[in-house]
Design a protein around this ligand. Structure first.
Ligand SMILES: [Zn+2]
Length: 210
């Protein structure tokens, strides 16, 4: 399995192909690739992304069958099943790079901000469980000057939530902590721009790379 930094390079190159309309998707989803990967997988990165229909992970990183171990949930939140999925990828396949991929104009973040500013009683319990996980990372922002600028508030909240998910995953379990300390596992945070298609890896990169 390739190192976390080499995996990161592959994602950055793939995103560059995507934004320059040079995608290799036909090759990546070909019949040959399907047959090659049917008997086993070696995903080089695990991605925790949002369910938003505009952020299909394999497409924005220009990757194909067998390349990425993808976990998607509204608001890219970290609950036990997400931690378990990351453990599974790292232990079963030796995947060494984990990316939390949030995105601009995230509906889950906007719903959380809305709920904090104008609480409603009739929100479904299940939806509430997502908002509850996002809330701690964004509610502090409402006490800053950002509360006067809703667009800036939403932008900052998206990034705060990504950073919180990265922190949460890193300390998610003894297995993950051990892999970080002993086996070169890296957890980084990135934001996808709906407008430009660019993925900005802004959290958790080694200094020379950021
Ligand atoms: Zn979203």
């Amino acid at each position: 399995m390739i190192s976390a930094l080499d995996a990161l390079k592959l994602l950055q190159e793939g995103n560059r192909r995507f934004t320059s309309d040079a995608s290799s998707r036909d090759e990546f989803s070909s019949r040959l690739r399907r047959i090659e990967t049917a008997s086993g997988q070696q995903p080089f990165a695990a991605i925790l992304g949002c369910s938003d229909s505009r952020v299909p992970v394999e497409i924005v990183f220009d990757q194909g069958l067998g390349d990425l171990f993808v976990i998607r949930v509204a608001g890219n939140i970290v609950a036990p099943s997400q931690i378990g999925s990351v453990e599974f990828a790292a232990e079963q396949f030796g995947t060494r790079l984990v990316v939390v991929l949030g995105h601009t104009r995230c509906g889950a973040i906007e719903a959380t901000l809305e709920q904090l500013q104008r609480p409603t009683e009739n929100q479904s319990h299940n939806l509430h469980s997502i908002v509850d996980l996002i809330r701690p990372s964004v509610e502090g922002l409402l006490t800053t000057h950002l509360r006067h600028d809703l667009e800036a508030l939403a932008r900052e909240a998206v990034r705060a939530n990504i950073r919180a998910s990265v922190r949460h995953l890193r300390r998610g379990s003894p297995i993950i902590e051990h892999l970080i300390q002993q086996a070169g596992l890296m957890v980084v945070g990135a934001e996808y721009s709906l407008e430009t298609g660019v993925v900005d890896f802004f959290d958790g990169l080694p200094k020379k790379n950021s």
